[in-house]
Design a protein around this ligand. Structure first.
Ligand SMILES: C[S@@+](CC[C@H](N)C(=O)[O-])C[C@H]1O[C@@H](n2cnc3c(N)ncnc32)[C@H](O)[C@@H]1O
Length: 292
């Protein structure tokens, strides 16, 4: 899940996001639920599905949707949010992911719900090849940490936004500098996280702000929601306890051990201020009206 800053993901690597998500999508449904992201816990006692829904609701509030808008969902997982946005907010969503398994599951979800406003394609969020200025909103929910080219992601998101459009992004963040010595001393923990969650790199919220600024976005707002996401690890452990046999059958014993250990590692990282969770919203400025 975590690579030392600067380390790149090789395309042939089993931990590279496309291969990783093709492999784990079915098991993730049992462990993480319908929504493949952290929960935002208000009381701390909620069910995981309530808390993941609440995180999505916070993103919806920041996105400020209007009916009929075109939305790009970058890293759409199995389409849970795209389907919710299309059905509850009457927007048209294109969900993209590098995982073919994800696209198939998301397409089936939209079909089963009878939704024509949510469709899905295999595309890379850092080079989406979609027409410039073709979306009113870009939605990036917990996928950016899997994209090594973070400035490329933000510039491609800004490129496809119409003037006046908005970007909303949530993700796991690094909350402090990690000295090389500490990276070295904790390399086993990083290796377990990488095995369980795939190759990734965490940036600080201030890095995201810089990438957004460099991409020409304005009105940037960042919020750290680390504390409210902490109970997520207990819920994932509960799901593992509940579905252990099934998950073992899908992923095998080694992956289950790595997942379980990674929950303890992540909990420590959350509690010692190393990692956490953040949200950013930003806007593409309105077109400048030329003066006569
Ligand atoms: C943690 S899941 C989040 C899925 C979904 N947003 C959700 O919250 O349920 C990360 C998603 O990012 C996708 N992803 C990883 N790298 C990507 C890339 N370069 N371009 C597009 N999607 C990517 C994965 O395939 C997966 O669907």
């Amino acid at each position: 899940m975590i690579l030392p800053p600067g380390e790149q993901t090789a395309a042939h690597d089993n931990h590279a996001p496309a291969a990783h998500y093709d492999r784990i999508t079915e098991a993730w449904g049992l462990l993480l639920g319908e929504e493949l992201h952290y929960g935002l816990f208000v009381s701390g006692d909620e069910e995981l599905a309530t808390a993941t829904g609440e995180l999505t609701t916070r993103m919806i509030d920041a996105a400020r949707f209007s009916p009929g808008q075109q939305v790009l969902d970058v890293g759409c997982g199995t389409g849970a949010q795209a389907c919710r946005l299309a059905s509850e907010h009457s927007v048209e969503v294109l969900g993209i992911t590098t995982s073919e398994v994800g696209v198939a599951a998301a397409t089936e979800r939209a079909r089963a719900a009878g939704l024509s406003g949510a469709r899905f394609e295999v595309r890379d969020g850092t080079d989406n090849l979609l027409p410039a200025g073709s979306f009113d909103r870009v939605w990036v929910l917990e996928s950016s940490h899997l994209m090594p080219d973070r400035p490329g992601l933000l510039s491609d998101c800004a490129r496809v936004l119409r003037p006046g459009g908005r970007l909303v992004l949530c993700d796991i963040i690094r909350r402090r500098e990690i000295p090389f010595r500490e990276l070295r001393d904790r390399r086993r923990e990083f290796a377990v996280l990488r095995a369980a969650f795939g190759a990734a790199r965490m940036d600080q919220l201030s890095d995201y702000e810089s990438y957004a600024q460099a991409a020409g976005l304005t009105d940037i707002e960042c919020v750290d929601i680390t504390t409210a996401t902490l109970p997520t690890f207990d819920r994932w452990q509960d799901n593992l306890d509940r579905h252990r046999e099934q998950v073992l059958g899908i992923l095998g014993a080694q992956s289950v051990t790595e997942f379980e250990e990674s929950l303890q590692i992540l909990r420590r990282f959350w509690q010692d201020g190393t990692l956490g969770y953040g949200m950013m919203s930003a806007a593409r400025p309105d077109a400048v009206v030329p003066t006569p």
